[in-house]
Design a protein around this ligand. Structure first.
Ligand SMILES: C[S@@+](CC[C@H](N)C(=O)[O-])C[C@H]1O[C@@H](n2cnc3c(N)ncnc32)[C@H](O)[C@@H]1O
Length: 394
């Protein structure tokens, strides 16, 4: 009988030769480098020909090195069962998981699955599409034709869907998520569900992690369309319900997504995510109406903010800045960045928040929030209200 480690190396070599290797991850590192966490390997095509790209993932940075196939396989053979106690191989036809026990005995589990698209090998990841046009739900939602071509007028939507997954994937990879049960995801204000289906597909076919995704949408006809589409396309672990975000029952939640949910619906969603202790919160705010009437121009800005457009943009900035500060107050690290370029929509900001393990200095955080609110004359804001934080000191 072939030993588990040797069989695993054989499967790795075979998938590399057949062009079916998607990726390899090595974990449970116990070598000499204090900050090294794991190693991700994937095939890439460089000018010099096919290579394997090694991404050494350290606590605070990644180091990438590319190796020709033979040298890469030789290095992996020393690492697997050497400094790494586990190895996970993902191919287009099967997954294989190798685990070493403390006494160095190895166990191999091979899990065949339905055929997946072979990796493109493109070195520039941005050109890779995670959501392929052939995905049946894209056709049912009107993005593609029956033959899988992008419909006229839907190219921007298709691009946005893929861009969202490009942004979501590294956030998911860097967030500690449960491995002993399906990851619980809620997309609040999901509309026609394009990004909800995409999130489900990312977990199901790319990250290959058990997932339960719920889409919540105010308009019953959209929730109904999405639910029927999910059932007809066999999307196990994806469901939709009609309802308002504010009435979503408090349930276990690992990832909260709310994209372009109108005005304070974004605040309702963030508050739900915080209350559920979500590890990752991703929002793209839209329709910033709430603070505009309250915004009082600070003296130095008053002449500029007489222009309606500047006033409006300042209100958007203050709203989203307060949201990030409130998330920090609630114990999250936040990042704000561009979601989609302005060629598609002016609402192009995304806020990503990852729950911290250390507790926040709430008093200092509250001080920063109240200072900003006072500077612009803001007395109330929905997320602050949900979190029970007064913006003015009595
Ligand atoms: C602009 S669409 C965005 C849809 C989707 N998230 C996207 O980015 O493609 C906003 C959706 O949020 C829904 N919505 C607004 N307020 C809501 C609320 N309080 N509860 C549930 N859904 C809401 C609207 O009906 C609408 O379908």
């Amino acid at each position: 009988m072939v030993a588990p480690r040797e069989e695993f190396l054989r499967l790795l070599g075979e998938s590399l030769a057949a062009g079916t290797l998607i990726k390899l991850t090595l974990g449970r590192y116990h070598g000499a480098e204090a900050t090294l966490r794991n190693l991700h390997v994937r095939p890439v095509t460089l000018r010099a020909g096919p290579h394997l790209s090694f991404v050494w993932r350290h606590a605070a940075r990644d180091i990438t090195k590319n190796h020709p196939p033979a040298a890469a396989l030789a290095e992996l053979a020393t690492l697997i069962g050497g400094d790494f106690g586990s190895a996970h191989l993902f191919t287009t036809t099967q997954d294989a998981q190798l685990e070493f026990a403390a006494d160095a005995t190895a166990r191999l589990k091979v899990m065949p699955h339905e055929n997946l698209e072979p990796p493109s090998g493109e070195h520039d990841r941005r050109k890779q599409r995670t959501i392929l046009p052939a995905s049946p739900w894209l056709h049912r939602l009107g993005v593609t034709t029956a033959s899988g071509a992008i419909r006229e007028g839907m190219a921007a939507k298709f691009k946005q869907i893929n861009r969202f997954i490009e942004l979501l994937a590294p956030l998911v990879q860097d967030t500690p998520l449960p491995s002993d049960r399906p990851v619980e995801v809620a997309d609040m204000g999901c509309g026609k569900g394009y990004l909800t289906f995409a999130t489900w597909q990312y977990f199901h076919h790319v990250a290959r992690r058990p997932v339960h995704v719920r889409g919540i949408e105010l308009r019953p006809e959209l929730a109904g369309l999405c639910e029927r589409t999910a059932r007809d396309c066999g999307c196990a672990g994806l469901e939709f319900a009609a309802g308002t975000i504010a009435n979503v029952p408090a349930e276990r939640l690992d990832i909260l997504v709310a994209l372009h949910a109108c005005d304070t619906a974004t605040d309702d969603a963030i508050a739900k995510g915080i209350a559920a202790g979500a590890a990752l919160i991703v929002v793209a705010p839209c329709c910033h109406k709430e603070l505009s009437p309250q915004l009082t121009a600070p003296a130095v800005l008053a002449p500029a903010l007489r222009q309606g457009i500047f006033h409006e943009r300042e209100a958007e900035f203050v709203t989203d800045a307060l949201r990030t500060l409130l998330l920090e107050w609630a114990g999250y690290d936040t990042r704000a960045f561009e979601f989609i370029s302005t060629e598609h929509t002016a609402k192009n900001l995304m806020i990503a928040a990852v729950r911290r393990t250390r507790s926040p200095d709430r008093e200092a955080a509250a001080g920063r929030i109240r200072d900003l609110a006072a500077f612009y004359g803001i007395k109330s804001q929905t997320l602050a209200h949900h979190l029970g934080l007064r913006l003015t000191v009595a």
